[in-house]
Ligand binder design. Structure first.
Ligand code: GP9
Ligand code: MN
Length: 646
């Protein structure tokens, strides 16, 4: 056996920890767009990559054989670099970090194929440079770089790394109290405890959530029902009660359609001319302050919100993580009224685990890719183009028994927004973001495809008997493109307030022949659709468990909660721990300073605003946690809503 020599130079685990720490710091600082508000945060961000790297690599000293020690350091370094890189690629698309449930969305990851390739960049190779160096020197200078400490030395190194870790956690907890108990903001976790520790935390939370179902027994339900009765339950609109009774409901989930695209122009051309006109139509109720409330599950989360009036989860896609749960969904509730429910979406059925979840939500039929004639000629990007999709959907709608509730999900306006030249009828935008540039022609293409669909519906005779809802599912342009977005919106920068406002998506409720359509400005969100549609269909929903309100009622909750805990009220937008004036976007501190005459008055006013915002925040947090508890505990299995089981 080769004998380990006493160290002559700095041991490899130290060199490797320094290299890995430095690299990770550079990635944090310059690639991940983490916001740093003060020097303490800068310090923590600087320290944590070294702490994690040291913690893992210093375990190498426990290997007695020098070749094993070197091997451990090489592979540990590679593994940690792969974790950083995987997060980086993921971040480019989602401006977020990977969670464990997402790793189990394997089938989605393969479908993401073409998108993932566009997210990998040649210079990513540099990330592996230090791994290559360590690999090389560990083989070449194995004897000089390995160490053999006595047992006390090994324990000393371990103790030292744990002290470093404790120091890091202490600073983190000081900077962000309750970080570990509340920790729903992944960016906060990563910047305070580092990517690696964040993943460990994620695994622990995941196991904890899993155990919740096993131990749930339904005891929690009365408390949740009381909360809903007291805080969520409000009067429905009498005027709109039953307006859609017996009619078909065609619900178009418009991929990545954001509010900013409406009424906008590129080179003097309207981007969405049909939808802009539709918003003004006398048969359309158009909601102008309507927010998407999705989390990591994107389209599927928007579907979940609409069908259940519950929040999706803060981590993972609920379609995947809880696709087998019991739900009390919209399709289930309309069944007794003789409605059949279907989804038409030209994608494979396993994407987002739709097939299982649709079953759990009582959707009668899912017509996927195999129901369409898809060829290379009529496809682009993610699959069948929207125009042939809508065209081929007409006969599928016609063969359905009426009345039906059918959800249609478009596909062409999806990142990375690919479009064939012959389909582009408007110039791309001109900025440093290809994503935003390409978005313009694809969103126009979707606008035209919906126009064509309206014409076809009229020709088919189904139009008059239907109510058509069109909703943007979630944002298409992430914060990574904020410079370009600021240019598009003609602003100096995108503030945290603007970021929240960019989460608005258009909502149209189009009732042919209604004649009373109008633009409705009240704050609203995807959570509101189920109670709204139930009321329109004249269906009683008093016993239901839900978190939204009828959009047509004036008696509503006074806030809209976003999945990350941010919220919007009539007066304020709350994000990143601060309240902003909803109309002007100015931070409330600033507004108060400008509007008050004395310090005393300012501090009084400031306390008042703070109290209001904190009270709403508490309400929002409770509501989100009850919605989560229902899902994690699979609590609907304990409730009998008195409807006939299938
Ligand atoms: C795929 C479509 C797009 O079926 O729903 O998914 P997204 O990535 O937007 O969630
Ligand atoms: Mn989508």
């Amino acid at each position: 056996m080769k004998q380990l020599k006493k160290p002559k130079k700095i041991p490899l685990y130290v060199i490797a920890a320094l290299l890995l720490g430095l690299k990770t710091y550079i990635v944090y600082r310059f690639v991940f767009n983490v916001e740093l508000d003060n020097s303490m945060q800068e310090l923590i961000l600087f320290i944590n990559p070294f702490v994690s790297a040291f913690l893992i690599l210093a375990l190498g000293v426990w290997f007695k054989k020098s070749s094993r020690q070197m091997k451990y350091i090489r592979y540990a370094m590679l593994a940690m670099t792969l974790i950083v890189w995987a997060n980086l690629v993921f971040y480019r698309q989602f401006t977020d970090f990977i969670t464990i449930p997402q790793l189990f969305m394997g089938s989605n990851m393969t479908d993401l194929g073409s998108s993932i390739l566009t997210l990998i960049e040649p210079w990513d190779l540099f990330i592996f440079a230090d791994v290559a160096i360590v690999w090389y020197v560990s083989k070449k200078f194995e004897g000089n770089l390995s160490v053999l400490y006595p047992r006390s030395g090994k324990v000393g190194v371990l103790a030292f790394s744990l002290v470093l870790l404790a120091g890091n956690f202490f600073l983190a907890e000081m900077e962000r109290p309750q970080l570990f108990t509340r920790g729903f903001d992944r960016e906060y976790l990563v910047k305070n405890i580092g990517l690696l520790n964040y993943h460990v935390y994620d695994v622990i939370i995941h196991s904890k959530n899993e155990s919740q179902r096993v131990f749930a027994d339904g005891n929690e339900i009365p408390e949740i029902q009381d909360f809903i009765q007291e805080n969520v339950d409000h009067e429905r609109s009498e005027e709109m009660n039953g307006v859609a009774e017996g009619k078909n409901v065609i619900f178009i989930n418009a991929e990545s359609l954001q509010h900013f695209a409406m009424d906008s122009e590129v080179n003097g051309e309207e981007v969405t001319p049909f939808l802009d006109d539709l918003a003004q139509d006398e048969d359309t109720y158009y909601f102008d302050n309507f927010y998407e409330q999705t989390g990591q599950g994107n389209t599927s989360d928007s579907e979940f919100l609409v069908e259940n009036s519950m929040y999706p989860l803060s981590r993972g896609a609920v379609f995947f993580t809880h696709g087998g749960n019991d739900y009390h969904s919209f399709p289930e509730m309309i069944e007794d009224k003789g409605y059949t429910s279907t989804v038409l979406h030209s994608n494979n059925k396993s994407f987002w685990n739709r097939e299982q979840m649709y079953n759990s939500m009582n959707i009668d039929e899912f017509k996927g890719e195999e129901s369409y004639d898809v060829s290379p000629e009529n496809s682009v990007g993610w699959g069948l183009k929207d125009k042939p999709y809508f065209e081929q959907s007409i006969p599928l709608l016609e063969e359905q028994e009426e009345p039906f509730y059918t959800k249609m999900i478009t596909l062409t306006n999806h990142f990375p927004f690919e479009l064939d030249e012959e389909d582009a009828t408007i110039d791309k935008f001109d900025s440093n973001s290809n994503t935003l540039n390409n978005y313009i022609p694809t969103v126009r293409y979707m606008d035209e495809s919906i126009e064509q669909f309206f014409d076809d519906l009229k020709d088919s005779g189904m139009y008059e008997d239907s109510v058509i809802v069109i909703m943007g599912d979630h944002i298409g342009i992430s914060e990574n493109h904020n410079n370009a977005m600021a240019q598009f919106l003609d602003k100096d920068e995108i503030t945290p307030y603007d970021q929240v406002q960019l989460q608005r998506v258009p909502l149209f409720i189009h009732i042919p022949g209604d004649g009373n359509g109008e633009q409705i400005d009240k704050i609203s969100g995807q959570i509101d659709l189920k109670p709204t549609m139930l009321n329109m269909l004249g269906i009683e929903s008093d016993e239901d468990i839900y978190f939204g309100n009828d959009l047509f009622s004036d008696d509503r909750k006074d806030y809209i909660a976003l999945r990350n805990g941010d919220f919007i009220t009539d007066d304020y937008v709350s994000t990143a721990g601060a309240c902003y004036d909803r109309e002007t976007g100015e931070p409330m501190d600033q507004v108060i300073e400008e509007e008050t005459n004395s310090e005393e008055e300012a501090s009084e006013k400031s306390e008042e605003v703070q109290n209001t915002c904190e009270a709403v925040q508490d309400q929002v947090d409770t509501e989100l946690s009850y919605s989560d508890a229902l899902i994690y505990g699979d609590l609907f299995r304990f409730i009998d809503f008195g409807e006939e089981e299938e």
